[in-house]
Design a protein around this ligand. Sequence first.
Ligand code: SF4
Length: 227
Amino acid sequence: MSTSIQYPINEIFESIQGEGSYTGVPSIFIRLQGCPVGCPWCDTKHTWQVDDTDVIPIVELREKSADATTHARMSVTELLDEYDTRGYQAKHVVITGGEPAMYDLVPLTEALLAKGLSVQVETSGTFTLRCTDDTFVTVSPKINMPGKYQILPQVMARANEIKHAIAMQKHVDELKALLAQSTISSNTLIYIQPISQQARATELAVATCIKENWRLSLQTHKFIGIE
Ligand code: SF4
């Protein structure tokens, strides 16, 4: 296993997974810095740029503001040490971003699983995904975004769940077109998630789930005011 990789880490925190299949599960979130996809409604725009001038020591990561562009460079060993140092209790780890699939996640997912933790990766589907076979993969396909990245068939085929954020019918239609041209597992769950808890988006999401027999994902953490 290569452990030389240094991941740019925007933040690490313990909370409850608020979305998708793992909703309600206590989780450690590892947020990686970097994303070129450019979704206009992105709520983590501070993770987009990876700038060397924003690198901070690991100890400062614990105190930094959640929406700051600063990030620490951390090895797999340092990430595992951080879990212990902070006294985390959650047994599920969510690797998110930014776009975590920009990086080789095999060493990190291997190490977390070897530690006895379950691991989930959240990706936009626009980068070749490198992680262990036992990693639970959430693909939140970002279709026709300003960065002009394509959703990769390899990532759609690997998805354990597909979670699509919608605000209007156009977004539902985009997902249906993507699914029609993709090969996905018969076990893959499909979730529709209204963007930013908008009332009209929620209404459309409910109606779409009933019509298509898909599942509704709500950002439950936002309803109770936690990260
Ligand atoms: S892929 Fe995710 S992190 Fe990147 S711009 Fe879109 S919502 Fe934001």
